[in-house]
Write a protein that binds this ligand. Structure first.
Ligand SMILES: Nc1ncnc2c1ncn2[C@@H]1O[C@H](COP(=O)(O)OP(=O)(O)O)[C@@H](O)[C@H]1O
Ligand SMILES: [Mg+2]
Length: 333
């Protein structure tokens, strides 16, 4: 793990926006800037944006690279389970995928009673609910306890900035969001991916507590894994070593502190009402070092620091130009 002093020179080495002049059909998501090429490829550029409280908070050095490279690791580790959208990685922050029709359901898989948002199973359980997402949870579970088996708690995939709404298998089929065959495929696949994720995480001393998958269909109607997989943004990881003690004490399990920035903000203002103060460099760098640590722990690979003299967006533009030019050259030959 890098200490803050050793990455201090990267404090402003961030990718906030990835506007690439000349690429068509930009969709600016919360985290990624996406472009759809006419030939059916989708370019997904993962920026360093971090959002919370329904608004952008800051840009964290390396976050986009960590997400892209963590997803790459997991796409490779799970390619035998299901096909994924990946075509190429022209830059550390960029994946080129096959553009899919994304299914309107986000497949959230949970192995533990956890979560902090109003739709999470822990919040609902603590409010006294037992029936949720089409499952019935037993009485007497402790916060953060392992569930008897992993469950799928599907939500709608909200369009632009909306909130995801809870679903269930019955609701998905009744509303015709997925066909019975599609539901069977995505639910079986998601549970298999999650089991693989948990098994590999366990070898690294980690618990993969929950995660979210997005699937799409290709031109032949085949179901393909899209977006990202088992990244710190889409997943909750805990440290296995301290888990039993934390569970016993009733305190939250130890995790890569994804909420590093969020906690700093909450301690200083009401983020839903007040203007958010500027996040100081040591907090930004602290968060950056947590992302590096997450990448290295999850993948057991060393994080390759980018060249500090290079502006990330310029590097990405150059790498994409080379990637796209090569393709044109190949087609000409
Ligand atoms: N292969 C793909 N084809 C089409 N859309 C995709 C593919 N992979 C991911 N997406 C979509 O691209 C977007 C990625 O950008 P992101 O910042 O995550 O957006 P959002 O704020 O909508 O989550 C998401 O809307 C995701 O559903
Ligand atoms: Mg997203």
């Amino acid at each position: 793990m890098r200490d803050i002093a050793s990455i201090a020179q990267y404090a402003h080495h961030v990718l906030k926006e990835a506007e690439i002049v000349g690429l068509p059909r930009r969709y600016r998501g919360k985290v990624r800037d996406n472009y759809d090429l006419p030939d059916g490829r989708r370019i997904l550029i993962t920026t360093d944006r971090i959002s919370a409280f329904d608004r952008p908070l800051a840009a964290i050095p390396f976050k986009g690279q960590v997400l892209t490279q963590t997803a790459r690791y997991w796409f490779e580790q799970t390619a035998d389970i299901c096909p994924n959208h990946v075509l190429a990685y022209p830059d550390p922050n960029v994946v080129v995928g096959r553009r899919l029709d994304i299914l309107p359901v986000e497949i959230v898989v949970r192995g533990y009673l956890a979560g902090t948002t109003s739709t999470s199973i822990l919040t609902r359980y603590q409010r006294g609910e037992r029936e949720m997402y089409g499952h019935r949870l037993p009485d007497g579970l402790r916060a953060h306890e392992r569930l008897a088996e992993a469950i799928i708690t599907p939500t709608t995939k909200a369009a632009d900035g909306g909130h995801d709404e809870p679903l269930s298998e019955a609701a998905i089929l009744e509303q015709g969001l997925l066909t019975a065959e599609q539901w069977r495929t995505v639910s079986e696949t998601a549970l298999a991916l999650f089991a693989r994720g948990q098994a590999l995480a366990a070898e690294r001393g980690l618990i993969l507590a929950d995660t979210k998958y997005e699937f799409g269909t290709d031109a032949d109607g085949r179901i393909v894994l899209a977006d990202e997989i088992h990244t710190p943004d889409s997943s909750r990881y805990w440290f296995a070593e301290s888990y039993p003690e934390r569970l016993g004490a009733g305190t939250a399990p130890e995790s890569f502190d994804k909420d590093y920035v969020r906690n700093w903000v909450v301690a200083r203002c009401d983020p839903y009402r007040d203007p958010i103060p500027d996040i100081p460099p040591e907090v930004v760098l602290g968060a950056a070092s947590v992302y590096i640590r997450a990448y290295e722990t999850i993948t057991q690979e060393t994080f390759v620091l980018p060249d500090p003299a290079e502006v990330p967006l310029e590097r990405i533009r150059r790498n994409l130009a080379t990637y796209l030019d090569d393709g044109t050259a190949e087609r000409r030959n």
